[in-house]
Design a protein. Structure first.
Length: 128
């Protein structure tokens, strides 16, 4: 009986320890739109290509991290355009820290679950 209670308590603590991982997940969709539409946009993080959206608008499913993502868009007849998509914390991040405590915050921080990228991203292209 005593072992069952302890095991139950540990299980509940484990499940609550990484709230953002459970609720928000470790990945997210990022929508890239351009004005005008029809561009080709490449997303890169830490010199590693993440993928290309071609043509825009489009969506890329990305792993969340603390690192920013650079987006470079090209379209014939338009100057290349770049955008820095910064990694940030969701508005309700304080709730995850409060509920999960230091262990939960540590798990969320290590997995990147406590980060997110603003979406959609709208990038304006200027005629040459």
């Amino acid at each position: 009986m005593k072992n069952t209670v302890v095991l139950g308590a540990v299980s509940v603590l484990f499940l609550l320890s990484a709230c953002a991982s459970v609720i928000e997940g470790r990945s997210q969709e990022v929508v890239v739109k351009t004005d005008p539409a029809g561009a080709s946009c490449t997303l890169v993080r830490n010199d590693t290509p993440l993928g290309t959206i071609s043509p825009t608008p489009g969506t890329l499913y990305l792993q969340k991290t603390k690192d920013d993502i650079s987006i470079k868009c090209t379209k014939k007849g338009y100057a290349d355009a770049s955008y820095l998509l910064q990694s940030g914390a969701p508005e309700n991040n304080w709730l995850y820290i409060l509920v999960g405590g230091p262990v939960g915050w540590g798990v969320d921080s290590a997995t990147g679950s406590d980060n997110f990228y603003a979406s959609p991203v709208v990038i304006e292209l200027k005629k040459k």
